[in-house]
Ligand binder design. Sequence first.
Ligand SMILES: Cc1ncc(COP(=O)(O)O)c(C=O)c1O
Length: 541
Amino acid sequence: MIEKMAIIMNHESRTVPTVPTADAAADRFPSECRPGLSRIADRGLDRVEDQERLPLLNANRAYQEAGIARFHTPGHKGGRGLAEPLAQLLGSAASYDICDEVEDPALGNDWDAAVAEAEALAARLYRVDRSFFLVNGTTSGIQALMLAALRPGNEIIMPRDAHWSAVSGLIMTGAIPVYLPTPFDSDAGVPGVPDCSAYEAALAAHPRARALFMINPNYYGIAGKVAEVAELAHRHGIPLLVDEAHGAHFPFHPDLPLSALEVGADGVAHSVHKLLGALTQASLLHVRGPRLDPEKVAGALRLVTSTSPNPLLCISLDAARWQMARQGEELLERTLSLAMAVRQELSLIPGLKVWGVERLGRPGYYDLDPTKVIVDVSGLGITGYTAERMLRKLGVQIELSDFTHVLALITIGDTPATAERLVGAFRRLAADLAVERGRGEAVAGASLLASLRLPEPQVAVSPRDAFFAPSEWVEWDRAVGRVAAEWIAPYPPGIPLVSPGEVVTPAVIEAVHQFSDAGAHLRTFSPGRDPRQGLLVMASA
Ligand SMILES: Cc1ncc(COP(=O)(O)O)c(C=O)c1O
């Protein structure tokens, strides 16, 4: 407890990195990691020297060095059977694409033992009871957490703007969502995170809820008061499950928001591939404390995981853990400095506004990951969707756009040169648009801000019942009053405008058309259908 308080106090007094001001790119965007050892040890996560091993890479290397003739899967046999273009692309990495068959403890290449060791190293680094390597992203981690914590018919209190992986968890478990509304900074159009009081009110109305679910941070990098929500959950004897897809880097730098793991969450899923150095799809699931049975989580993971987890993904998770243990704080120090410099440079460009820490403090807006650079482009006379397309033409791809913003991620993979590219593209965009100002698009974008608030959900049946019910596809003009059997969401961020089990209202249809007209990419369950035309609904009785 004292330790936790120390972490929280350390966090409350965190300082914002200083902003470099010199003109040359190299001066504006600092390139060197700060010398010195990582402060992971100071934060009590683990001793760096304990983290030097790379068990998965070494197990597969040992198998290769033993010169075994391969008469097992995968059929490409170390790369020889791959199509030439792919073989060229993968190079020697293809020979590491082996797992179960390498088992030979005498040779030191027992894959299962290596996975167990690698997961134990991750658990020690993140200071949890168990960590699990995930090869199907945080999606499978969230599904497994829900499968371990909930039974059909149990209630779970969660924000309505959860990623659709949480909705898939509801379908798998048969749990009933009690949705919390999303706080919304309507001046800036940036969604926040429900406060503890919202969870408290929902628990008072639904005292039999079996779990609380939180997103920390949301896609925009806004973090909530996880400690308070964890404490509330524990007072009621139930677990707090946290989707920390965008926060795998949090534990490694004091200037980042607190990780849910540091403040008492029971189960936390991290997309290591999103903001750290693992390959796409590679995530971690962490479990701690008495409220979630790690064996049950392990069993649930078997339901949602291939029996042939890709070894390259697993090796990448192990290597990302190794990298963070050795250099995490230095790499993130540099990343934060770059992000602050980018924020500063962008805020000097006429027509751009950068959403920053000065907007924090209200309920729902507790903390911000500054490496997520949220830029309001409405002052340029365009929507975020248009800005994304124009930036792409200037050779820059950003992570997400909405009616008024684009969101650029600065990560440990960035350098002063990439930062300069981003800022340069924005300067060019602003200059190109200066002549066209006032063509009205921004006004339209601003007037649509209200619709960024998700339509008020009306849950008619559980997501699971809606999913398994007979269904039919109907055009939007016949959909009002019907119960959705699928979700429809702009992607990214993948937050459904309507979810299975909810009544389709005129507000839902209006939101679908507004997002679609503005240029958002909409996705549904039924990829063959055009989401602008209609939706899968429960068949009429
Ligand atoms: C908030 C949030 N949760 C969960 C996920 C799913 O993560 P993954 O892609 O690792 O399965 C995403 C993906 O974008 C997300 O943004």
